[in-house]
Ligand binder design. Structure first.
Ligand SMILES: [Ca+2]
Ligand SMILES: [Ca+2]
Length: 597
């Protein structure tokens, strides 16, 4: 392909002004073509994981192309044949004006590869771009419900990020990957240092300052506000303060509380906008006062907003990265994108903030709920056991259910005496589907998930009933989990630094076990290889994952890739929401569950 690149670089040098856009389009196409040819197995994940700068792990594709793709307006990338025809149309203009020979070469050599590119583009990544890349706020968590309270552009160490606040939680968005980062939502109080308790939930508005106050962020709630220092990563001393004390010339009703706040972009840099109801004021950071002639009605100055946005908005956010020069306004489940330079809402807006949400419930969860009604069994819940208590966790809401912890003995029908606390729990597969097994020292019992009760005849001794278990496993285990994906039909039992694999179908331990955890589960932290407390498989949108717990930490494993996910171990606290009491300090056992209990 080097000849083509040579041709392209020549062409790019020759084309200026009107044709610069065409050149970048072709460069992109050729590079995508190269990507398709050289790296057939490039996934959207690795594409999105491209670094912001420097060497790219994908031949022919750099962070610049990624930015360029992200920066293309909706409708331009998502229909590749359009860009193909666009090129042909342009060709004629070029032919007439300047670069006869170059274009001749293009028409013969370049159009064909471009067409191939289109094929590849549509076949391999087209749908991904079409459905997701052109929207914003991808990977918006299903448990982060709408409407939002406030939005904030990151600055200082958080440059390139945006934050959305709702209730007592927040999520962080990355402008370059155009995605909400994994591991969110988190609790406001767990991350934002120095927030007074009343600012740790239900914030009204937030913005990052400009001009002499650059490096600060302001959070508003009622008639109060706090100032946050991005570099120090904490709230400045002396806050909260009353809005009316500091902010000059604000209208009286604005002093009592605002809906949304936004720093100006482009030629309005140095200004801040505060919205309340159908009115707004413009503030000048330099002069430290509201500009003359304000408040105004939103309709007076902001073109092309939907009618309900003119009445009131929830939040506002300046764009960054590929969306620099834009501003975003949020109202309930929709948002609009505003272009500062063109002074109007971009075509194609409003769009849904989270297109997979239907009536506040993610489509996926909804589907799971419907399925559970039909089958009477759902993988929508998980159970954590600690001491004589347990907590039910909802995978869809990604939160512990309310009303927990409960006493285990009182809630699970037929729970045997002497099992107040347990060592391990696992759900059966194959011939034992619909059963849950609970282990305590040398004994175990079986629970029927459909009948919601412990089966008669239990507890029993492990020894002699679980074929092929080592002697020390018969005396008690640490943790158990059923496999998923390529390992469906297997169960894994852990004791100390060893584990065995059990086959549900043949009802016996696979040959070659026990093994050392360190040998069978590569990528685990050393401490986890010495032994774990609990294990379970994920469900709902976490299907295909397994979770292993040790003390106050856990790691996540991907069954399909047979690898530990990156970024682990993490703390239980702040990642498993709503776990009460001392559960975040460590658990005894975990069960990938159902809704029986
Ligand atoms: Ca608000
Ligand atoms: Ca245990």
């Amino acid at each position: 392909m080097s000849w083509l690149l040579y041709l392209l670089s020549t062409l790019r040098a020759a084309i200026t002004d009107d044709y610069a856009r065409l050149a970048s389009r072709m460069a992109l196409a050729v590079n995508l073509y190269r990507m398709g040819v050289n790296t057939h197995r490039v996934s959207m994940k690795s594409f999105n994981a491209l670094p912001e700068r420097g060497a790219s792990p994908l031949p022919g594709l750099t962070w610049r192309h990624k930015m360029r793709i992200a920066a293309l307006p909706p409708g331009e990338v998502d229909n590749c044949s359009d860009s193909f025809y666009y090129l042909r149309m342009r060709k004629r203009i070029i032919w007439k004006k300047h670069f006869n020979i170059a274009v001749l070469i293009i028409s013969v050599f370049l159009i064909e590869p471009l067409y191939v590119t289109c094929q590849w583009f549509e076949g391999k990544t087209g749908t991904v771009y079409k459905k997701q890349d052109m929207g914003n706020w991808r990977d918006w968590p299903g448990n982060f419900s709408l409407p939002i309270d406030a939005a904030l552009l990151g600055d200082g160490p958080a440059q390139g990020k945006a934050f959305f606040f709702k209730g007592d939680r927040f999520i962080r968005f990355d402008w370059q990957t155009n995605r909400v980062e994994p591991g969110y939502p988190k609790l406001i109080r767990s991350y934002w240092q120095g927030f007074p308790p009343e600012f740790s939930r239900d914030i009204d508005a937030a913005l990052s300052a400009d001009g002499p106050y650059k490096g600060k962020a302001y959070f508003f709630k009622g008639d109060q506000y706090i100032r946050y220092d991005w570099a120090a990563q904490r709230v400045d001393n002396g806050y909260p303060k009353s809005i009316s004390v500091t902010w000059k010339r604000w209208p009286l009703d604005f002093n009592e509380g605002i809906d949304a706040a936004l720093s100006g972009g482009d030629r309005f840099r140095g200004k801040a906008y505060f919205f309340k109801g159908n009115r707004y004021i413009r503030y000048d950071w330099e002069n430290d006062k509201v500009d003359k002639g304000y408040p105004r009605n939103i309709t007076e100055s902001w073109q092309g907003w939907p009618a309900d946005f003119y009445e009131q908005i929830d939040a506002a956010l300046p764009g960054d990265g590929p969306f620099k020069g834009k501003a975003f306004f949020f109202k309930e489940n929709r948002y609009i994108r505003y272009d500062w330079e063109q002074d109007r809402v971009d075509p194609g807006f409003p769009q849904e903030i989270n297109p997979i949400m239907v009536g506040g419930v993610s489509r996926y969860v909804k589907q799971r709920q419907d399925e559970s009604v039909e089958s009477g069994f759902s993988g929508g819940k998980a159970f954590f056991f600690r001491g004589d208590q347990y907590v039910r966790y909802d995978w869809g809401a990604d939160n512990a259910d309310t009303g927990y912890p409960r006493m285990t003995e009182d809630s699970w029908q037929g729970w045997p005496a002497g099992f107040a606390s347990i060592d391990a729990a696992v759900v059966g597969e194959g011939p034992f589907k619909g059963k849950a097994y609970f282990f305590k020292e040398g004994q175990y019992f079986r629970f029927d998930l459909a009948q919601k009760r412990v089966e008669p005849g239990y507890p029993k001794m492990i020894a002699g009933r679980w074929d092929g278990w080592p002697v020390d496993f018969n005396r008690g285990i640490d943790a158990a989990v059923s496999g998923a994906g390529p390992f469906k039909g297997k169960a894994y039992f852990f004791k100390g630094d060893r584990y065995i694999r059990y086959d549900w179908e043949t009802d016996r331990t696979d040959p070659g076990y026990p093994k050392n955890i360190g040998d069978g589960w590569p990528g685990w932290p050393a401490a986890f290889s010495e032994g774990i407390d609990a294990a379970m498989s994920g469900s709902g949108s976490f299907a295909g994952k397994a979770y292993f717990f040790r003390d106050n930490q856990y790691i996540r494993y991907d069954w399909e890739k047979d690898k530990t996910d990156r970024g682990y171990p993490k703390r239980i606290e702040g990642n498993w929401y709503g776990l009460p009491g001392r559960f975040p300090e460590g658990i005894d056992a975990a069960l990938e569950g159902n809704e029986a209990i």
